[in-house]
Design a protein. Structure first.
Length: 175
């Protein structure tokens, strides 16, 4: 059967742990990957998101940071937090995926799914009951990715003065 336009593509590259030398390039990748939301977020929310997206060093100190490269440059990355390191609203005994980013020209090639699968394998190795991600409602592609990968939309949440978001969770099991 021939693949149709819009069908997910299976990534055949390598996902590896990022080194501290990668952090600056990953921070730039994160901002580039999320820039499409700058206008929607506006002058109040976009600078705060940029601060989070460029916080690669602190994220890497909480758990492994994974990267996919094209040539030598990162084109995809994800931060993994093991159980005991996840932040609210994710329960502390769950593992989590944060800062999932894929360069715009490399989307649709399975990189995001490959990064999430590596985080899932790490969660399984760590004995996590669940792997979770917090996804704002404006990130529709991420919502679709997590749903396609078998994550359950646990709840829609919103803090006062913030945009709504959802908690996605999955037992870290392949099959």
């Amino acid at each position: 059967m021939e693949a149709q336009e819009g069908d997910p593509v299976e990534f055949r590259g390598v996902v590896e742990r990022a080194a501290p030398d990668d952090w600056i390039a990953i921070a730039h990748l994160n901002v580039w990957a999320f820039r499409e939301f700058a206008v929607e977020l506006g002058q109040r929310e976009w600078p705060e998101l940029v601060r989070v997206l460029t916080g690669v060093g602190p994220a890497a100190r909480e758990g492994p940071l994974f990267v996919v490269r094209s040539e030598l440059e990162p084109v995809g990355s994800a931060a993994y937090r093991p159980p005991g390191r996840s932040r609210a609203p994710i329960p502390p005994d769950w593992a989590s995926v944060e800062l999932l980013a894929v360069a715009p020209p490399d989307r649709g090639k399975g990189l995001g799914a490959a990064l999430v699968h590596v985080c899932e394998a790490q969660a399984m190795e760590d004995g996590a009951e669940f792997l979770a991600a917090v996804v704002p409602d404006y990130q529709r592609a991420a919502q679709e990715l997590f749903a396609r990968l078998g994550f359950h939309r646990e709840q829609g949440l919103a803090r006062p003065g913030q945009r709504p978001y959802a908690l996605y969770r999955k037992r870290p099991l392949f099959g």
